[in-house]
Design a protein around this ligand. Structure first.
Ligand SMILES: C[S@@+](CC[C@H](N)C(=O)[O-])C[C@H]1O[C@@H](n2cnc3c(N)ncnc32)[C@H](O)[C@@H]1O
Length: 297
């Protein structure tokens, strides 16, 4: 059974307004944060969004009273959570004229993405280079690796993986040279090519992450969301963002600061909040989490 612990759960709960009637969980996954919010705030309606159909199906099983007990998952059976296949970047469209009291984003991947080695997120198993959260999207990691020109690959490795221009250029050139010999189709093909440049497993994992960010448009989605969310929050409504990558946290920090400076919102976390060391001891996945919260004036 998958063991997943919702990251910074107590901190997330502490920022949900007591009077919340409409909550959006923009990154539902199996719905852990949502199920606990539903239990604590039974009056609230929760709209849970996820672009990954496979994760969403599991979330639906967990919140449906008919199936909620399976695999010992039962936490709280509720009809108050709608599970919707939707991107948080389009939150304004799903909410139509409604405004939310609380919005939660818990960004990134989860353990299950890595354990499902056939989806190509993990370098531990050999699988097609896919890495799509949303199986309805057409661009895969294979396409990125085999069709991007060298300078696009280089800037991807500089921007998302923090490699020097020189090393990123070497990686890009090697990929382009090797793909001319034969298409780079699997995780092990890519790992082999990166190995030619002397990259060990942890550096390869960082390159895999950079490609995943590109395939799923992760930073673009966050940037779009950051422009939109104040428009769909009620006055005194709050938005919490948990991020795991320094670029994501920088985007959140800068955008929250601009909103605070303009008087549109108030920062509830003047400094970023990190998980308590006891949580990190229990849940390694929490170790890089950074949490920021803002309130609409
Ligand atoms: C870290 S998990 C969320 C875990 C969840 N809070 C919990 O504890 O059960 C992040 C989820 O966000 C989803 N996701 C990624 N990009 C998304 C997007 N643009 N819109 C909605 N969901 C997205 C992923 O598919 C993944 O299931």
């Amino acid at each position: 059974m998958i063991t997943h612990m919702p990251v910074m759960l107590n901190e997330v709960l502490s920022f949900v307004p007591e009077w919340a009637k409409l909550i959006v969980d923009g990154t539902l996954w199996h719905g852990w944060h949502s199920l606990v919010m539903a239990k604590k705030f039974p009056e609230a309606k929760i709209i849970g969004l996820d672009v990954d159909q496979l994760m969403l199906e599991k979330a639906k099983l967990r919140v449906d009273p008919a199936t909620a007990g399976v695999e010992g998952w039962e936490l709280h059976v509720t009809h108050n959570i709608d599970c919707v296949h939707w991107s948080y970047a389009d939150i304004d469209i799903i909410l139509k004229d409604q405004k939310a009291d609380y919005i939660l984003l818990d960004l990134g991947v989860n353990l299950e993405h890595f354990l499902a080695t056939e989806r190509g997120f993990s370098l531990k198993g050999n699988a097609p280079l896919d890495m799509r959260f949303d199986q309805g999207m057409t661009k895969t990691a294979e396409e990125v690796v085999n069709t991007y020109n060298p300078s696009d690959l280089q800037s991807l490795f500089i921007r998302y993986a923090d490699f020097t221009a020189e090393k990123a250029g070497e990686l890009a050139d090697t990929i382009v040279r090797e793909r001319k010999k034969s298409r780079i189709k699997t995780t092990f093909d890519l790992k082999h090519v990166l190995g030619l440049c002397g990259l060990g497993n942890s550096a390869v994992a960082v390159i895999f992450q950079a490609i995943r960010i590109e395939v799923n448009w992760e930073l673009n989605n966050l940037e779009i969301f950051l422009k939109k969310f104040p428009l769909v929050l009620k006055s005194w409504g709050r938005c919490t963002i948990l991020s795991y990558h320094s670029i994501e946290d920088r985007l959140v920090k800068q955008s929250f600061q601009v909103l605070a400076d303009s008087g549109e919102c108030k920062l509830l976390t003047k400094k970023v909040i990190a998980p308590h060391y006891t949580e990190v001891a229990k849940n390694k996945a929490a170790r890089s989490a950074k949490m920021r919260v803002i309130e609409k004036n």
